[in-house]
Design a protein around this ligand. Structure first.
Ligand code: MOS
Length: 720
């Protein structure tokens, strides 16, 4: 089905099931520990043995030789695979570095061997006996030192509109400030893990992956086998955050190990390996220039960001939101990319905007102060209802002003005091605000829906649930469309034998995958109506029955039927800029003696289209707000600039917020229905929740203390 933005109402608009706060249908499995994750599948692939990955001990250079003699002789060892005996391997365009290195080493802990043994302990012990002779090369590990060699990324040219330099020079009030964000790790709870089993030349992977169809293609490309021979199964995922968008070493090395050992292989990357072996969010250096008139109207806005990645890698797209968030006739956005030999940078938790807004929304706070304006009002004055660089292109919906105003009223923003002046005992108290912005991407997505003899509706799609609530909103969509209660719907996800969905990434998954289910349900309704001799155009599906022209029949009368369809989004929707908006409000306390920073209150007001399930959407947003607090206050990979690796590569050294760090969080969803976005009239919402939070925290710290720390994370030593 081609989505037609002019189609008007559809059965989803009844909102009998959709739009209701609904418990996650996978909740009991998750909370009772009975949702099986990839590594726990002892019920599949009999005869499983264990793989253990050997990671490179150098960051850059070459393997002179590998001595496997001792390792091969160790107890329980069944096979060892290195690049020398893996056969020819390809590389997917979605991987920057090779997943099995050799002889060249591209980054620290890049995989260079997998040891397969009867037990995990035997595999690990033997892995420690693999002797590698390295020729260490000279690597580039220091982002700041790499600046002179930084280049404009090929596919991300500078964007100019009007005369930025001229307007900035002429501005009455101006800000020119620099901000830094560090390298960060996804630190999802479930590690990368895979069980691989071969049947002849056909491979099955039980794995943990956000994008099933990408995984099929990338696994096939890497191993040099046909796509049809790869079966991916990933029904439960213990967090992805972007780290599992791609096929990684666990999947490929489990497959290679299983082929060599002739047995199914179970393999997890150990926690200390994940930080350097897999991807991370690259550090940024950002410069923001804003010029205004006395009225607070932006006349010039410039955002430059520079980051690093391996050769052939990508920039962190931190300037993107600045193209769209505020009005202003003269604009510049530019990115620079340095070549670094640190581990691979890639998408993490709202890539681009999450880092970019930490700078932009901090700068907006500084600029409001220079203007003597309230930070909420400064943002309101600079709102735009059209793409500032293409005024004929309106936003499909844009309620940023309402998010900010409602949030301010609800949060008690009027009580905000002057910087450093509000005390609560020994605590300096401050409030901060930031706008949230994240684009709404829509992606082709397919599903199959079946009416069973007993009236059960079964939905199958390769969509994943990475802890986001996909099972539930997909079930709600089918229930709404077919006129049955939610408990009559069975949802099956995360299997490459199911129709190809949008997958989970870029906050496109919820809206796009349910739209695919909608399309398949439209077809199934037609099939049922036809089967029963009713008019598909006027038939009403409700209460397990279908009614038309005075006739009413139970769905089961139609017998077993199946329908499959794909939602495709046409160009019409591109005439509009589709984005999601929010306002983040944060109150912090900073201890006047020690500098200890505590977040005291958080509020997010979100405008993100129809909210399909306010309960799971709220969970998404509070999780994202927690990540934002982590980014503001704790999360930082420490780079060893001599040897080129992330030093704090476990959850003891890489700090993320715990419950005790996070206060009561509130989320308000504005009533919004976006008919341009999809037949669901929904948008993405998960990643919106993180966007801007870091700056709101930073701005609150400034309001509490009068100290601007432009270098994230804001740890207490930077306040003393
Ligand atoms: Mo997301 S960082 O696109 O999984």
């Amino acid at each position: 089905m081609k989505f037609d933005t002019r189609a008007g109402t559809n059965p989803i608009d009844q909102l009998k099931v959709i739009g209701r706060a609904t418990d996650r249908i996978d909740g009991p499995l998750k909370t009772s520990g009975t949702a099986p994750y990839a590594y726990e599948r002892s019920d599949v692939a009999p005869g499983q043995v264990y793989g253990y990955v050997v990671g490179s001990a150098i960051a850059k250079g070459r393997i002179r030789s590998i001595d496997l003699t001792e390792a091969k002789a160790a107890p329980g060892v069944l096979a060892i695979v290195t690049a020398a005996d893996a056969g020819p391997l390809g590389k997917s365009k979605r991987n920057t570095a090779k997943l099995l290195a050799g002889p060249d080493i591209e980054h620290y802990h890049q995989a260079l061997a997998v040891v397969v043994a009867e037990t995990f302990e035997q595999a690990r012990a033997a892995a420690n006996l693999v002797r590698v002779d390295y020729a260490r090369g000279k690597g580039r590990f220091d982002l700041d030192a790499s600046k002179p060699a930084a280049k404009m990324p090929e596919d991300e040219p500078d964007k100019r509109f009007g005369d930025f330099e001229g307007a900035f020079a002429a501005a009455v009030v101006k800000l020119d400030a620099r901000y830094t964000t560090p390298d960060q790790a996804h630190a999802m709870m479930e590690p990368h893990a895979t069980i691989a089993a071969w049947e002849g030349d056909r491979l099955t992977l039980w794995t943990s992956n956000q994008m099933i169809d990408w995984a099929v293609g990338d696994t096939a490309t890497t191993l040099g086998i046909p796509k049809e021979n790869v079966h991916i199964i990933s029904p439960y995922i213990g967090g992805g955050f972007g780290g599992k968008l791609f096929t990684r070493a666990d999947a490929v090395l489990a497959a290679l190990g299983a082929r060599a050992a002739g047995r199914p292989v179970k393999l997890t990357l150990t926690r200390p390996m994940i930080f350097n072996n897999t991807t991370h969010r690259p550090a940024t250096r950002q410069r923001i220039r804003i010029g205004c008139g006395r009225d607070g109207k932006i006349t010039a806005i410039g955002h430059e960001s520079w980051s690093g990645d391996l050769p052939g890698g990508q920039p962190e797209t931190a300037v993107k939101q600045t193209e769209l968030l505020y009005a202003g006739a003269n604009r510049l956005t530019a990115m620079r990319l340095s070549v670094l030999d640190l581990p691979e940078g890639n998408a993490m938790r709202a890539p681009g905007e999450a880092s970019g807004l930490m700078a932009l929304e901090f700068a907006m706070d500084e600029m409001a102060e220079k203007l003597g304006m309230d930070p909420v009002e400064f943002r309101v004055v600079n709102d735009t209802q059209v793409d500032p660089m293409d005024p004929k292109r309106p936003f499909s919906q844009r309620q940023l002003v309402k998010c900010l105003r409602d949030g301010a009223a609800h949060f008690g923003w009027a009580r905000r005091g002057l910087p450093g002046r509000v005390r609560d005992g020994r605590w300096l108290v401050g409030m901060g605000v930031a706008a949230a912005f994240r684009n709404n991407m829509v992606q082709t997505s397919a599903a199959r829906v079946r009416l069973e003899q007993d009236g059960t509706i079964v939905v199958e799609t390769d969509m994943t649930d990475i802890g986001t609530g996909s099972y539930t909103i997909i079930g709600q969509t089918a229930a709404e469309m077919m006129g049955v209660p939610l408990d009559r719907v069975v949802v099956r996800l995360g299997d490459s034998r199911f129709p190809v969905s949008a997958g989970s990434g870029g906050q496109w998954g919820g809206n796009s995958s349910t739209a695919g289910v909608y399309a398949a349900c439209v077809k199934l309704r037609e099939a049922i109506a036809r089967q029963l001799g009713l008019d598909p155009a006027t038939a009403v599906f409700a209460g397990g029955k279908v009614q038309d022209g005075g006739r009413s029949m139970p769905l089961t009368r139609a017998g077993a039927l199946v329908a499959e369809d794909t939602i495709e989004f046409d160009k019409l929707s591109k005439e509009y800029q589709q984005s999601t908006f929010g306002g983040h409000f944060v109150e912090v306390g900073v201890h006047a003696m020690t500098g200890e920073i505590r977040v005291r209150r958080m509020l997010a007001v979100c405008a993100a289209g129809r909210i399909l399930n306010p309960k799971s959407a709220r969970s998404q947003v509070i999780g994202a707000m927690t990540m934002g607090a982590g980014a503001a206050l704790m999360e930082e990979l420490a780079v060893d600039k001599r040897f080129g690796f992330f030093v704090n590569h476990d959850l003891a050294g890489y700090e993320v917020p715990v419950h005790a760090d996070i206060p009561h969080q509130e989320v308000i969803f504005l009533d919004e229905v976006d008919p341009i976005s999809s037949p669901m009239k929904a948008k993405g919402v998960g990643e919106l929740g993180i966007c801007g939070v870091g700056a709101a925290v930073a701005n609150a710290i400034y309001n509490a203390t009068g100290i601007r720390v432009r270098d994230y994370p804001i740890t207490l030593d930077k306040l003393l």
